[in-house]
Ligand binder design. Structure first.
Ligand code: PMP
Length: 286
């Protein structure tokens, strides 16, 4: 859908939903002014959907775009779309805004409403018992003075792609990524938690990495469940000394980590409990 109140559903593979390159995706495609978000629809539930709709609008503004759709309008478009799937289909929801060229091929996007669409795609949830192996990467998260780290912007992701490619070339699934100071920030695609002596720790947001919506939800749920959760500066050595490590993100919610560069972890009690707490909360509130 582009423009306020225009809703066009394209049913088919999203690869086939053509966008005229010099009209709709111009500034976004040439100069990287795209923002997106990701959310889930599983068993009739879309946990924290409104927070994801709010974030994609905030991300657009951070890139000086002019989003015409409100979070509530995006939320409604998503519900109209997901209801078209047969019950029980696991759907991945991706709203997106992109910059429109102002007519002079300039660096600034036009002050007209940004391009907008939502992609819905059937993507199964990963098995919650499937673990991943992490390694280090030479590539770091930028700071706000380098790039728009306060947005979920497409232009940040080629850097994450090279983190992931480097980790995979070493035979691992993902990277544990440093911030500009060399402390642990997140993985290339999700936030990270560690457990030591029963206390849960996660890097404190410092403007360099995405303070995830799923991360915040898990902090609140674990605290309400009686766990001590500390947001603080964490080093790679802290992760080497951890009893348990797990990732959080909207795609698969909680992903247990089995190894960081030769240090092995159990699929621990906290990650299992976090996954249960999340879906219990979603069933009663989302
Ligand atoms: N960090 C990065 C780099 C991500 O791509 C994601 C997934 N959006 C996350 C963290 C997790 O954020 P959220 O829980 O809001 O999906």
């Amino acid at each position: 859908a582009t423009g306020t109140n225009i809703k066009t559903f394209f049913e088919g593979s999203w690869h086939d939903a053509d966008v005229p390159i010099m009209r709709a995706a111009d500034h976004g495609a040439w100069l990287g002014t795209t923002v997106f978000d990701g959310a889930r629809y599983v068993d009739g539930l879309a946990p924290d959907l409104m927070a994801h709709c709010e974030r994609v609008v905030a991300s657009a503004r951070a890139l000086m775009l002019h989003p015409a759709q409100t979070p509530q309008e995006i939320h409604d478009i998503v519900w109209d779309g997901v209801k078209r799937y047969p019950d029980g289909t696991p759907v991945y929801i991706r709203p997106m805004f992109w910059g429109i060229d102002g007519g002079a091929l300039g660096i600034l996007p036009a002050e007209t409403p940004a391009g907008f669409c939502v992609s819905l795609e059937e993507i199964p949830m990963a098995d919650p018992n499937k673990t991943v192996r992490l390694t280090t990467t030479q590539f770091r998260r930028p700071v706000l003075a380098d790039n728009v780290c306060n947005a979920k912007a497409g232009c940040l992701y080629p850097n994450n792609a090279r983190m992931l490619a480097e980790a995979m070339s070493k035979g691992y699934d993902n990277a544990l990524v440093a911030d500009a100071m060399g402390n642990v920030a997140e993985s290339a695609s999700a936030n990270v938690f560690m457990v030591r002596d029963g206390t849960v720790y996660t890097p404190i947001p410092n403007g360099t990495f995405l303070p995830g919506i799923t991360r915040k939800r898990h902090i609140d749920l674990l605290r309400a469940d009686g766990h001590q959760v500390v947001e603080t500066v964490l080093t790679f050595d802290d992760f080497r000394a951890a009893d348990e490590v797990f990732l959080t993100g909207n795609l698969n919610k909680v992903t247990p980590v089995s190894e960081f560069d030769g240090t092995h972890y159990q699929h621990g009690a906290v990650a299992k409990r976090a996954y249960e707490l999340y879906w219990d909360w979603a069933r009663t509130t989302a």
